[in-house]
Design a protein around this ligand. Sequence first.
Ligand code: PEP
Length: 251
Amino acid sequence: MRTKIVAGNWKMHKNAEETEDLINQLIELVPSESTTRIIVAPTFTNLASAVDHLEFINIDVAAQNMHQAEGGAYTGEISASMLQSIGVNTVILGHSERRAMFHETDSIIADKVSTAMKHEMEVIFCFGEELKDRQDHNYKNIVEHQLRDGLFHLEASDFARIILAYEPVWAIGTGETASPEQVQEMHAFIREVIRQKYGRDVAENLAILYGGSVKPDNAEELFGKEDVDGGLIGGAALDAKSFAAIVAAAK
Ligand code: PEP
């Protein structure tokens, strides 16, 4: 049985005080006995305080990005060892906003994944097709390419530290959710692509999250699908009550 995971991507929202407030509300609202794994990803400037506040709480902290180099003249960037030095061992890589707005290619993302693996970090690997790919019925090809180019240089054993997040770009921040049937179709396809390359055990143990306008009122149906192991949540993760309700839906 795969553990359900609900991860909140707070993007470039919440200053230090607001982050602390949201964390305190989550500590109140999320039951300490929840069997769902919970992850939150605040901005870089608030990671250290989030780690401190959540040290004894069943909520893990992830970064939203990192650079692929070990260090050096990369103004404004953050390395894997910098994250690890403040107790952050999980990182979101390949988010569609980074791909589209910051020109991160599959090859850059593959390098970031390699760096994370070298540091024994866990990666939430995001990928997903654009609206045009879906309309052209080309979405499976696109997703297969993103998986192949971003991850297929890894060893099977690396997948113990990989979480996939299928996020169709047309459903992110738009209020447009993929239907539970569309999501299940893609997740089953993704698991099959992984099975063909890495075998049944890797595919069956791999968590595949869905992301794209997940809300308290659609979470339960989405998470109820066989191959959906939880969600990566953007907008609804900024409100503690909504996020806690989504966690509760991931039974
Ligand atoms: C995201 O950005 O990863 C995301 C899923 O956003 P939203 O839930 O707002 O669509």
